[in-house]
Design a protein around this ligand. Structure first.
Ligand code: VG1
Ligand code: CO
Length: 543
């Protein structure tokens, strides 16, 4: 084994964002950049003697190089065993499942999730702890602090290992088990859902189109849907993980999965469509000629959860990220269960799930999940919907429409302004924050402002406080505007403006969403001078 002395500190000064460290591939290709992050992580973790680490990624460009390098550092750290997905492949939810099932002390996920891949694209790294979930803020902050002082990298000097075939290998006395990336995850799915009911649905001629967006969800979806549940071959499209995701943006929303939307709006559309993202933790659900908004999806899953074997006893509670719509709050109230509101990012759900306070959770950004793992889970959501359609006999759109009839529709949209100069984005937020104390009680757009604050969250389990998690302005009729800056982008800053309005009148449920939200967009402009600070007349992405 050799010790490398670090000439510079390439990673120093880069705080991980919403979901780990994400940068351009070219940044990760700088000598020792990745190693610097991993060494800082290993330095703050306790001794690894006797412990197991899980390692895998979404297969994007640089995945293989990074895995070999991390294996060498893990050997030097003294791990007893590393479980690595065959070919370096593991989806984010699969990493979570494998950590939990094998009692690993943690796992490293190599992915920039929904960000584009390839040599010009993005790469990312994230550490998950023993519960299978993303590292809490205290740990990521400690890693960052450590990276500022790092002098030495401890690495084995062993050559690369062959990871394309299942095998148990050795690296300086550390066992490296190359595992089937799908097997543990598939077992878990069998224990959650009524596979017989889904099999009958698919055998009855129900047609599904799942677009894996050339990303890591493909092998999982193929094995389960086409392999085990009897969906016809071709149900899963764009199914082979490619290093550059076919040059596309593996983000399952109507803009980036436009091809799926076109299929579901065609005359001969299948009954249901779905898409997953780069690391298969996100999902978009589409009915025939009907797009399901992620916040509505979470609410429907919560409302019907008892129909799924794993949730038969009912839900303990639900949680949603603050910017997500309040649809699930209404269902929770109906069910008589608590609903928690957390900051954006999956790491905030971990404690709630571990403590048994919630069973389901979700975000407006196409993420839904449950206590089966500690990550959001794209294919799980697709199976959940299939299970519900199978046992209720209702098509996708009807399940959503019934939700609207019962609780009203939470008309919802997110406007992203991408690639803003960071100082201007900061200035927008600063100006908005400065105005907050004066907003409450004022009349805006003919309504009184019920609440205007910068969201802060106190974790009910460990008492930790997270501040400045997004500015929210809530009007007296419950309409909401939320402003926050993205923590996952790699180019400039992205402003996210989240808009929500509750529509109780069924006659107005089918009005175009953007039209229904136009008054709120005008209000946002008035409050935050969005055009001025972003220099854009329109958002770059509207979902
Ligand atoms: C975005 C989403 C957030 C999600 C995060 C990671 O973060 O808004 O809800 O948890 O991505 O998702 P931000 O800070 O850019 O708004 V994934 O699938 O990219 O790991
Ligand atoms: Co993702």
């Amino acid at each position: 084994m050799s010790l490398i002395s670090l000439p510079t500190q390439p990673y120093a000064g880069q705080r991980p964002g919403t979901s780990g460290l994400r940068k351009k591939v070219t940044v990760f290709q700088q000598p020792l950049y990745l190693e610097n992050f991993v060494q800082a992580l290993f330095d703050v973790l306790p001794a690894a003697t006797g412990q197991t680490l899980v390692l895998g990624g979404d297969g994007r460009y640089h995945n293989r190089v990074a895995i070999q390098s991390i294996l060498r550092l893990a050997a030097a750290k003294g791990y007893a065993r590393v479980l690595v997905g065959q070919g370096g492949i593991l989806s984010t939810p699969a990493v979570s499942a494998v950590i939990r099932r094998h009692g690993a002390s943690g796992g490293i996920v190599l992915s920039a999730s929904h960000n584009p891949g390839g040599p010009e694209g993005d790469f990312g790294i994230k550490y998950n702890v023993a519960n299978g979930g993303p590292a809490p803020e205290a740990l990521t902050e400690a890693v960052y602090q450590r990276s500022l002082q790092l002098q030495v990298i401890h690495s084995s000097d062993s050559p690369d290992l062959p990871l394309d075939a299942l095998a148990t290998l050795a690296l300086d006395g550390m066992a490296v088990e190359v595992i089937d990336p799908v097997a543990d995850y598939a077992d878990l799915m069998r224990s959650v859902f009524d596979f017989d009911a889904i099999r009958r649905l698919l055998a009855s001629g129900f047609r599904l189109r799942l677009d894996a967006m050339w990303a890591v969800g493909g092998p999982y979806a193929r094995a389960l849907l086409e392999g085990e549940l009897g969906a016809p071959p071709g149900t899963v499209v764009n199914a082979e993980p490619r290093e550059d995701f076919g040059g596309l943006h593996p983000d399952p929303n109507p803009v980036n999965a436009a091809d799926l939307i076109a299929h579901l709006f065609a005359a001969d559309a299948p009954d249901m469509g779905a898409a997953t993202d780069g690391d298969a933790d996100r999902n978009m659900i589409v009915g025939r000629h009907f797009v399901v908004s992620p916040s509505d999806s979470l609410a429907v899953l919560a409302a019907y959860a008892r129909l799924v074997p794993a949730y038969q006893a009912g839900l303990r509670g639900v949680a949603r990220s603050m910017p997500s719509s309040t649809a699930v709050d209404r269902v929770a109230q109906d069910l008589g269960i608590p609903c928690y509101e957390t900051p954006t990012g999956w790491k905030f759900f971990g404690n709630l799930l571990d403590a048994g306070l919630v069973t389901l959770c979700g975000e407006e950004s196409y993420g839904t999940g449950s206590d089966h793992v500690r990550e959001k889970d794209g294919l799980w959501a697709v199976l959940f919907w299939l299970n519900l359609v199978a046992v209720t006999g209702q098509p996708v759109d009807m399940l959503v429409r019934e939700l609207w009839l019962r609780h009203g529709r939470c008309v919802y949209s997110r406007h992203d302004y991408e690639g803003i100069a960071p100082e201007r984005a900061q200035a927008l937020m600063r100006e908005l924050r400065a105005a907050l104390p004066y907003l409450a009680g004022q009349t805006l757009a003919g309504q009184t402002v019920a609440l205007a604050d910068d969201f802060a969250y106190t974790d009910p389990v460990d008492g930790s406080v997270s501040r400045q998690q997004g500015v929210r302005v809530i009007l007296q009729d419950g309409s909401r505007l939320v402003f926050r800056l993205s923590g996952t982008g790699t180019e400039g800053a992205t402003l996210r403006l989240y808009l929500e309005r509750h529509e109780p009148d069924p006659a107005r449920h089918d009005l175009p969403v953007q039209q229904a939200l136009a008054p709120l967009v005008m209000l946002a402009e008035q409050l935050a001078r969005v055009r001025h600070w972003t220099g854009m007349a329109q958002p770059s992405v509207t979902t």
